[in-house]
Design a protein around this ligand. Structure first.
Ligand code: AHM
Ligand code: MG
Length: 340
């Protein structure tokens, strides 16, 4: 038996320890957030295990239902939604939940209510399930002042009011990226321990990147600033090198790469979808929150993404997010158009 220090790395920074450390910095904290997060983490472990077993368990295939956006719902989406709703309600720390998979917001029964509102996409990128490409869960957390009487408006707050946001990517490894409003940290699931270990401390996005990420199949319907920006990526006129194109089609994976390597991810408006495709509450806001916390920016084409005030829970918005300088270029092109 190996009794060396390396074999028993019990000094590892697990996500639980990390959040408890954060909690200890706030004397008034009663640990509610730590409890909520431990339930989210358990949900991620469940979904990770289900995703890994999907082929074996014959989970792949249509569940025969259509979700609110009229899209096909796969079995794993249904299962992931149930996993997270149960995990969040049983935490006793939530009062209102908004899931991509549910048309209406879920108001938690009074006996299980707590002060948090959680908005989430339980399994994003589901068109990628059948071919084994990375998919993920995205979540954002708001604190509600009066949680005894939760109202729909409690969930319709601008992204800048979030107290935390994150995603869990189910890929070649299972990675959870989290911000509680003081930077961004990444944790990787060690399957032998069943623990998320801090592997990417204090993630900072490079100020400028060499990659752009967009579904170019929609190019003919883009507005002028988006078309000009992508043209600039390919044919820069300032002597710099052209950017590389990388597009997975799973927001979690595309944003994860953008955070680590830098560059820009865009899902712009187009003539067919004037509000873009991605949903404000549980896709645009959490990812914009993480980008800003990592030193990047997120812009809708009109304003800072986190300033947007949603009117409906499943509202969509165009989004440009990533390295500070790259998003700055997009902002300049939209400003130019405004002047013209
Ligand atoms: P989903 O919530 O139905 O899975 O759709 C969201 C996904 C994002 O992960 C990804 O960025 C985008 O849709 C890809 O859309 P497209 O196939 O139009 O490029
Ligand atoms: Mg989604």
């Amino acid at each position: 038996m190996d009794h060396s220090a390396d074999a028993y790395r019990t000094d590892l920074m697990t996500i639980t320890r990390f959040v408890l450390n954060e909690q200890s910095k706030h004397a008034e904290s009663r640990g509610d957030f730590t409890i909520l997060l431990s339930h989210i983490v358990l949900g991620c472990k469940f979904v990770c295990s289900a995703v890994n077993k999907a082929g074996l368990a014959k989970l792949i295939g249509l569940a025969g239902e259509t979700n609110v956006q009229g899209e096909e719902q796969k079995k794993l989406d249904v299962l992931s939604n149930e996993v997270f709703v149960k995990a969040l309600v049983s935490s006793g720390r939530t009062c209102i939940l908004v899931s991509e998979e549910d048309e209406l917001a879920i108001v938690v029964e009074p006996s299980k209510r707590g002060k948090y509102c959680v908005v989430f996409d339980p399994l994003d990128g589901s068109s990628n399930i059948d071919c084994g490409v990375s998919i993920g869960t995205i979540f954002g957390i708001y604190m509600i002042k009066d949680h005894s009487e939760p109202k729909l408006e409690d969930a319709l707050q601008p992204g800048k009011n979030m107290v935390a946001a994150g995603y869990c990517m189910y890929g070649s490894s299972c990675t959870l990226v989290l911000s509680t409003g003081s930077g961004v940290n990444g944790f990787t699931l060690d399957p032998s321990l069943g623990e998320f270990i801090l592997t990417h401390p204090e993630i900072k996005i490079p100020k400028k990147g060499k990659i752009y990420s967009v579904n170019e199949g929609n190019a003919r319907n883009w507005d002028a600033p988006t078309a000009k920006y992508v043209e600039k990526c390919k044919f820069p006129k300032d002597g710099s090198s052209a950017k590389s194109l990388r597009y997975i089609g799973s927001m979690v994976a595309d944003v994860h790469r953008t955070l680590l390597y830098g560059g820009i991810f865009l899902y712009p408006a187009d003539k067919k979808s004037p509000n873009g495709k991605l949903r404000v509450l549980y896709e645009v806001f959490p990812m914009s929150f993480l980008m800003e916390q990592a030193g990047g920016q997120a812009f809708t084409g009109k304003e800072r993404a986190l300033d947007l005030v949603p009117k409906k829970i499943h509202e969509r918005s165009p989004i440009f997010l990533g390295s500070y300088d790259d998003v700055e270029e997009v902002k300049a092109l939209y400003a130019e158009e405004q002047k013209a």
